[in-house]
Design a protein around this ligand. Structure first.
Ligand SMILES: *[C@@H]1O[C@H](CO)[C@@H](O)[C@H](O)[C@H]1NC(C)=O
Ligand SMILES: *[C@@H]1O[C@H](CO)[C@@H](O)[C@H](O)[C@H]1NC(C)=O
Ligand SMILES: *[C@@H]1O[C@H](CO)[C@@H](O)[C@H](O)[C@H]1NC(C)=O
Length: 478
């Protein structure tokens, strides 16, 4: 096992993707130190397997009538060019256990930058809301991720058809096709759900297609695209020193060099995540002044060992060339995480590059923005100036943190580094926001656990109440 050194260049700072709970959880932010795609991939596969296995054990329960059904929709590869007849198969999941009436609501759980499994319609939000509200739950995998990758793979000619706008076009045609296929009443309200990037998609689907989608719940949705996401580290260091989530003001983050730290904060206390903030800080403090090495180094090494051990690995080694080679592979990867595809979306739409150049940033020696942008050039041949333009275009197309939409609920946790790019205050009466104290990325969507904090329970209760209000409104309009 090697603890990667912070001084490596460029590529190591691979874009930190937001991730979807129950999708591939990128335990990201090994920035600064080597951020090897292979470690991220293994971590997210691990967490996904963990979560899927809980779904399987659920299915052995005789009280659960049926497994969710898997289906495939034929979708146009280029929805914006009617003379292009090529198509691809998009995967979806259906849970109709709680759908008691054809004019009941439909909860459409959108996938993000990874594969979307059966758990998306069985556990956590929105599935947990379905019994009380009589909803049909549908999960829709994002194009170019998981098993919904078009034939022809991930070369540049194909990746032209990967963007949030293409994904929204898929949502619309899936909404229309599935209504027919599942015999959903025309009066049924469709509510979009999503977490992280998919949370943005949920909000944007309502923004762009309000006649088809009645409302949206957007969890941890970074609706503001930014090239230089230096604020990520400000939240990470604040969370690490927050006693409320088990952090400590005594933690020597300045020496911890970022490895694993961001991941621990982003996915604090989530099922299957190997390391919580409390545990990480425990390691960092335990090692202080004990032996010849500086304490935080020893503690950090133990933290890394815990993560590696939970992956069933003995050691991992990476090189810049190896990671670059992996990102250049254009064959679809069977595994859950779409590193190449998500990097492409950051290069062409969102940026989100985590940097630490501000003198106030607590982590030492993270790569500067230019070396991060270099990755887009090395992998896709995209120029740095094109990325800045793309980010600006994304914000003008969707409206950034003031999307002119209605009936959207934004949910965030204030310990999550991504909440600073989301909407955390109500934008008028019909766009509301919940900011849950001490909650991490997409925690509101996770299945209930005995350890859930009162504020998390309260947050989930508010989501439920908002849905009740919306569904009443939908009924009154029929
Ligand atoms: C639309 O599709 C047709 C048929 O594949 C192709 O010849 C044409 O170049 C496409 N137009 C655009 C703008 O991509
Ligand atoms: C579809 O739903 C309607 C009621 O909304 C019902 O009358 C009809 O039989 C259903 N069709 C199928 C094929 O289930
Ligand atoms: C010193 O390290 C040992 C294990 O290496 C640990 O058991 C002990 O608690 C540590 N002591 C302090 C004061 O942190």
């Amino acid at each position: 096992m090697t603890i990667p050194r912070a001084s490596r260049r460029g590529l190591d700072s691979m874009a930190v993707g937001p991730a979807l709970w129950l999708g591939p959880l990128l335990l990201v932010s090994l920035w600064g130190s080597s951020a090897p795609a292979s470690l991220l991939r293994r971590l997210s596969e691990h967490i996904q397997r963990f979560q899927e296995s809980s779904v399987l054990s659920l299915s052995l329960d005789p009280a659960v009538a049926s497994l969710p059904k898997e289906g495939w929709l034929e979708q146009p590869l280029d929805p914006f060019n009617a003379s292009d007849r090529r198509s691809f198969l998009q995967r979806y999941w259906v849970n109709d256990q709680h759908w008691t009436s054809q004019d009941g609501p439909v909860f459409l759980h959108l996938g993000g930058e990874g594969s979307l499994g059966p758990g998306s319609v069985m556990r956590g939000h929105p599935a947990a809301l379905a019994p009380a509200l009589g909803a049909l739950v549908i999960g829709l995998e994002h194009r170019f991720y998981g098993l919904s990758i078009p034939a022809g793979g991930l070369n540049m000619a194909q990746l032209r058809f990967l963007s949030s706008r293409h994904a929204l076009a898929d949502v619309v045609s899936a909404r229309l096709a599935l209504s027919r296929l599942l015999n959903v009443s025309a009066s049924s309200p469709w509510v979009c759900f999503g977490g992280s990037y998919a949370g943005s998609l949920a909000a944007w689907a309502r923004l762009k297609f309000p006649h088809l989608l009645f409302a949206a719940v957007a969890s941890s949705a970074p609706v503001l695209a930014v090239l230089d996401f230096s604020a990520y580290n400000e939240v990470v260091s604040r969370s690490l020193t927050s006693a409320a989530i088990g952090g400590s003001p005594e933690v020597g983050v300045g020496q911890s060099r970022g490895a694993l730290v961001g991941g621990a904060v982003q996915y604090d206390r989530q099922a299957g995540a190997p390391l919580s903030v409390r545990r990480l800080c425990g390691f960092l403090l335990e090692g202080r002044g004990n032996g010849s090495r500086p304490g935080p180094y020893r503690g950090l090494r133990r933290a890394v060992q815990v993560v590696i051990h939970s992956l069933g690995q003995r050691c991992l080694s990476f090189s810049r060339a190896e990671t670059l080679a992996q990102l250049r592979v254009t064959e679809p990867q069977v595994s859950g995480v779409g590193d190449r595809q998500w990097l492409y979306q950051t290069c062409t739409e969102f940026g989100f590059y985590v940097t630490c150049e501000d003198p106030g940033c607590p982590f030492s020696r993270l790569p500067a923005l230019p070396s991060q942008l270099e990755l887009c050039e090395q992998v896709f041949g995209l120029s740095p100036s094109s990325i800045g333009q793309a980010v600006a275009q994304t914000n003008s197309y969707y409206g950034g943190q003031t999307p002119g939409t209605t009936q959207v609920l934004f949910v965030n946790g204030d310990a999550d580094p991504w909440h600073v790019l989301s909407v955390t205050q109500a934008l008028g009466p019909s766009v509301s926001a919940i900011l849950i104290p001490s909650a991490s990325h997409c925690l509101d969507m996770a299945p209930e656990r005995p350890s859930d904090s009162p504020s998390l329970l309260l947050g989930r209760q508010s989501i439920f109440q908002q849905l009740q209000t919306w569904l009443k409104l939908a009924k009154s309009r029929v």
